[in-house]
Design a protein around this ligand. Structure first.
Ligand SMILES: NC(=O)c1ccc[n+]([C@@H]2O[C@H](COP(=O)([O-])OP(=O)(O)OC[C@H]3O[C@@H](n4cnc5c(N)ncnc54)[C@H](OP(=O)(O)O)[C@@H]3O)[C@@H](O)[C@H]2O)c1
Length: 233
């Protein structure tokens, strides 16, 4: 059994890589930090996923390989800010969170693989303090859905807040913040089951769904009060 995980050097990707290794999988990883990748992966590629040409080169190298599971986990979020982000920052988020996925799949034979996409509950609405992150993850949902309806084996996971490097500097309140081990166990079960749409924790998901159903003017009022974004002014 063979698995490829992007962003296997830290956080969720590393935790999933360690799990699959204990289950006897040959684990392949992609990230920038060689020292960290070395410790968890049997084989790895050092790559900055915002460099799409470099990602395409890896895709070509992987063209003869078959993976049972491919987990598109690597992702970045720009710091939560009320500022309108510069194009470069916005572009980088889209490259890593979305376009690198297509660049990696381009030359790969993935028709018999289970493709797992790590999106976010933040994709379900346009958070005013994380323009690039929400938009890129929402586009990712759509990308995954298209592949799913095209007959590919796709698992889309939308987690809430998990304790990793990504969230360690957040100064705002993170409801239902999850421990990494617990979240990993949940994701492993989801991947095993193979259902398409998987938001968690469910209580947080239903609160967001309720929020989405509110009238637009009320939603705006709530966001204005809590998100404190100049963009909303
Ligand atoms: N933590 C949460 O609360 C949360 C919630 C919902 C969704 N998610 C999603 O879960 C995924 C993993 O997040 P995490 O919390 O584990 O984040 P993390 O701890 O910051 O780890 C991010 C991983 O992505 C890799 N990565 C980042 N930028 C990269 C780049 N330019 N090129 C190559 N690799 C890059 C990092 O490796 P290197 O630094 O070695 O390159 C690292 O392995 C992301 O897609 C994130 O959006 C996280």
């Amino acid at each position: 059994m063979k698995i490829l995980i992007t962003g296997a050097s830290r956080g969720i990707g590393k935790s999933l890589a360690e799990y699959y290794k204990t289950k006897g999988y040959e684990v392949w990883g992609i990230a920038r930090d060689e020292e960290k990748l070395k410790n968890v992966c049997d084989k790895y590629f050092i790559c900055d996923l915002s460099n799409l040409e470099a990602v395409r080169e890896i895709s070509k190298k992987l063209s003869g390989e078959k993976f049972n599971i491919i987990i598109f986990n690597a992702g970045i979020s720009t710091p939560h800010s009320s500022d309108f982000p510069p194009l470069e920052a916005f572009e980088k988020v889209f490259n890593v969170n979305l376009l690198s996925i297509h660049a990696l799949l381009e030359f790969m034979d993935f028709k018999d693989s289970r493709l797992v996409f790590i999106s976010s509950l933040a994709s379900l609405f346009g958070a005013p303090t994380s323009l690039g992150y929400s938009a890129s993850k929402r586009a990712l949902n759509s990308y995954a859905e298209s592949l799913y309806y095209a007959g590919i084996d796709v698992v889309l996971i939308l987690p809430g807040f998990i304790k990793t490097d990504m969230t360690k500097n957040h100064t705002f309140y993170m409801p239902f913040l999850m421990d990494l081990n617990k979240a990993t166990k949940r994701m492993v079960k989801i991947i095993e089951k193979g259902k398409f749409f998987n938001p968690f924790p469910l209580r947080f998901y239903y609160i967001i769904k309720f929020f989405i159903l509110l009238p637009e003017s009320l939603k705006r009022k709530i966001l204005k009060k809590y998100a404190k974004s100049d963009i909303l002014e």
